[in-house]
Design a protein around this ligand. Structure first.
Ligand SMILES: Cc1ncc(COP(=O)(O)O)c(C=O)c1O
Length: 423
């Protein structure tokens, strides 16, 4: 049925103010943060919140060690340092990710080597990894992007064969599982972001490092706090003030840790509500020609950090690039009140820093280590295709529920059923 699209002045499908934003803050979250303020000795709270989160996240993940830090990038950098990566070493990362994955490698004076993605899951394609392994390769960093687990068995098998470490980037996938194993529990170390938008949110910035390897933990513990050995409970003036390594100030803060601890109690519940919302979208959107819903391998339980939507103009008999269809539909959907949009605009190796070899200046770290690694944008066609043909439905998080998801579906039907108005 022909209906006037909101982008042309028709009535919008989702009423103004109906979509609720993430993180979903409850009274319990507010109280958890207020309790930090109300504590008799606020300075004790740094240790109390950090120790509490350390224990609770390690328990949740089923790993031996956790270190709460101030960002996901810091957590990933600690992983790189903790597993023993050294200057000039090569680390394999996917060409499609937020570039912080690769930044964590560069920050350690090491060299990211990119591998294209499996377009069905948007994660690193294990079939392409071995071609990129050289004698300098020391680790593989799979990213569980958009809450979708990477093909970990294949990655772990290659790592074992070539004696490489595995660092999991779990910035977007808290609670996601691969063959029933939690993402972040399978490699040698893992970094998680708790930045506001993430599935485990601090409401601001934050991150978590985990490992079950004692040496990796010892290294990370030292380096996350200036490289100094800090004795818990000892007053600042009684510390040794002796740097044992080139560390950083990566400590997390107590307010966001209190908030995360409170959110962690509802992580599984929030994930299952988000999964229910996204399953509903898939069930209905898969019926609409020209739209591709997420592919979920049998062995994966994703948590849908965002809901990924693909565009297939060919299915509609349209001879236009997917990007054109995507952009037009996205604009029309936004006018209908559906929060939709883009994220990455380029594969990471096509970004300026890699094209210009900016790094630390003087061409380092590449030139300082006589690296022959090149970043040719055309080498990652699947990542580029994925970026050009997909976008995201945001706010699929609770407390948004099936009533709102029903409106999203209605808006998709309306826009896709009236493409003549926008093309
Ligand atoms: C895949 C991925 N890795 C790493 C990061 C870095 O996390 P943070 O922003 O907490 O430093 C992000 C954050 O957006 C991310 O999405």
């Amino acid at each position: 049925m022909s209906q006037e699209l909101a982008v042309h002045g028709g009535k919008r499908t989702v009423p103004e103010g109906f979509v609720q934003t993430w993180p979903y803050v409850t009274e319990a979250d507010q109280e958890a943060v207020m309790d930090v303020f109300k504590s008799a000795r606020i300075t004790d709270q740094q240790r109390i919140q950090s120790e509490g989160l350390t224990k609770e996240w390690a328990e949740y993940m089923g790993v031996k060690y956790c270190i709460p830090v101030n960002s996901g990038t810091a957590a990933l950098h600690l992983c790189v340092a903790a597993v023993g990566i050294e200057p000039g070493d090569e680390v394999i990362v996917p060409a499609f990710t937020f570039w912080a994955t690769a930044a964590a490698v560069l920050h350690h004076n090491a060299i990211p080597v990119f591998v294209d993605i499996d377009p069905r899951t948007y994660c690193i394609d294990p079939n392409l990894i071995e071609d990129k392994i050289t004698e300098r390769t020391k680790a593989i960093m799979p990213v569980h992007i958009h809450g979708m687990p990477a093909d970990m068995d294949a990655v772990l098998e290659i790592a074992e064969k070539h004696n490489l470490k595995v660092i999991e980037d779990v910035a977007q996938a808290h609670g996601a599982r691969y063959k029933s194993r939690l993402c972040g529990s399978m490699g040698d170390a893992a970094g998680y972001s708790t930045q506001a938008s993430k599935t485990l949110s601090s409401g601001c910035q934050g991150g978590l490092f985990t490992t079950s390897d004692e040496t990796a933990h010892e290294r990370a513990k030292l380096l996350q706090y200036f490289g100094e050995i800090v004795v818990p409970g000892r007053e600042r003036e009684e510390q040794e003030y002796n740097a044992y390594g080139l560390g950083w100030m990566y400590r997390g803060d107590m307010f966001s840790q209190a908030f995360i601890r409170s959110q962690l109690k509802r992580l599984d519940e929030n994930n299952s509500l988000r999964i229910r919302n996204c399953d509903f979208l898939t069930e209905h959107l898969r019926e609409i020609e020209g739209i591709a819903t997420p592919f979920v391998p049998d062995e994966c339980d994703p948590v849908y950090y965002n809901y990924v939507v693909g565009f297939k103009p060919g299915e509609l008999g349209l001879d236009i690039p997917p990007r054109i269809l995507r952009d037009k539909v996205q604009d029309a959907m936004k006018a209908e009140g559906v929060p939709m949009g883009l994220w990455q605009r380029l594969p990471v190796p096509a970004q300026e820093i890699f094209q210009n070899g900016v790094g630390y200046g003087k061409g380092c770290p590449w030139k300082c280590h006589n690296s022959s690694v090149e970043y040719r944008p055309d080498d990652y066609p699947k990542a580029a295709e994925f970026i050009d043909s997909h976008c995201y439905v945001f706010d699929v998080n609770p407390p948004n529920d099936l009533e709102l998801m029903g409106m999203y579906v209605e808006a998709f039907r309306k826009v896709m059923g009236n493409l003549d108005q926008i093309l």
